[in-house]
Ligand binder design. Sequence first.
Ligand SMILES: Cc1cc2nc3c(=O)[nH]c(=O)nc-3n(C[C@H](O)[C@H](O)[C@H](O)COP(=O)(O)OP(=O)(O)OC[C@H]3O[C@@H](n4cnc5c(N)ncnc54)[C@H](O)[C@@H]3O)c2cc1C
Length: 494
Amino acid sequence: MDETAGGSRPVDFETATAVHRKRRRPLRAEVVSALEKVVGPEHVLSGRAALEVYARDSWPLAALRVHHGAELPLPDVVVLPGGVAEVSAVLEILYEHEVPVIPYGGGSGVLGGTLPVSGGVVVDVKRLDRVLEINDEGLYVTAQAGILAVDLERALARAGLTLGHFPQSVDVASLGGLIATRSAGQFSTKYGNIEDMLLALEVVLPGGKVVRTRLAPRSSTGPDVKNLFLGSEGTLGIVTEASLRVHPRPEKRETQSYEVADFVKGLELIRRVMRTGLRPAVIRLYDPIETAHSFKGLASQGRCLLLFVFEGFGRLVDLEASAVDDICGPEAERQLGPEPGRHWLEHRNIVRALPEFMNQNLVVDTLEVAATWDRVADLYRTMTERMLKVKGIISASAHSSHSYTQGTNLYITFVALGPDLAAAERVYYEIWEAAMTACLEAGGTMCHHHGVGLHRTRWMPAEHGEALEVLRRLKEALDPKGLMNPGKLFGEVD
Ligand SMILES: Cc1cc2nc3c(=O)[nH]c(=O)nc-3n(C[C@H](O)[C@H](O)[C@H](O)COP(=O)(O)OP(=O)(O)OC[C@H]3O[C@@H](n4cnc5c(N)ncnc54)[C@H](O)[C@@H]3O)c2cc1C
């Protein structure tokens, strides 16, 4: 049990995720042949090796279990439909036969969102990978949901445009996955997050009905249907197509950085920049641990690095850079010039592979939260203090990477010692429990952009309070049999 956080939460994977508590019966042969008829037998995978690939996403705890030779639940089969009509037919068959459905994009989710905890059929949409229209006059793009973010951006670049959405996982995340998890890109301060880009979508509902929302720059026609599927994490339907806002490619890009005395001082400078109405494309503030780790030789020991990237219309870029300098220059310890920004732009998507840590018996994960400016300094202190009290933790470091007029996010990385699976799972769950409860108590939201998946469902009642009832009723209305991605977002496994 979790003594550190004072709670009675389960601290092992099986209990915490309720895996196999209500495992459904194995898939019947007639269902498999019906699926094969729709997508072709070559697009129904049932070999052990394929099922093991689809048994996990990029959740570090799943990787840890595999590293220690522990089992993960397997899907019954994986289906790869080739178009919306096939997705619809697949969902019709699966709903009729009461088979759980796990929508799958790039598998880069970091919270177990695609783990088939009740078995069932993984529906991988990677064959839906076409750009359907780039409309330069209306400045929007329509693409299928399985396209990778990197391929969509390449197609737009050829047309002189950009989506402006650059998650660190840009090479592996799919458009549908980005929508389904309410993703945030590294350039979000200027271009917004995925919800600011989405104009319309096509989604296949449980049972197979295809729904399209109207493409418009804005409308006042009742609750926004497309928004119901933003962040729905495969629990309400399968997104098959989306139209998104795009922008002309920036004329100019500049970067500049500052060394600041401490993290709270850096947060205050970002607040002032945002309050002025300036919109750098990127604002990142690193605490002393992350500054030393990511900018070796580029900043002084013990200081925090505050980094800006400006891009867009040339004259505006110059103006923004000089206005930010007016705010930050006098308050910073040192102006560091463009070099740290260039270094970040070059290395921003390089991530150390988890096995490097696991081979040293280290447990590593990241968690991202957010709060308004009046709460965020307290949130930073409370969360890191509580996390550092957990027995076995080695470090908890933070940066802020997505800022708004009203507040910012904190992206916290922890490293802990876990010599065997039981110890690793214990320390993992205890640190998360300490972090999430501290966050909610300090008035933050428990998640800025990675979503809920399987792992964060435990804190959904505390996050939403009575508002969770609205989401649950929506789920019951759209998915009365509870077959879409069981166990995720809402927590139910049946
Ligand atoms: C190294 C690394 C860096 C990352 N950086 C960022 C970052 O900067 N910003 C960020 O926001 N996230 C980041 N992530 C997290 C991850 O990339 C995002 O959550 C991403 O949106 C997941 O997309 P995916 O296609 O891989 O989805 P998957 O992992 O395949 O699925 C994620 C969830 O979406 C559902 N889903 C997938 N496709 C569909 C669909 N077509 N219709 C309905 N539901 C669907 C799944 O069922 C699941 O619940 C990072 C992850 C890694 C490993």
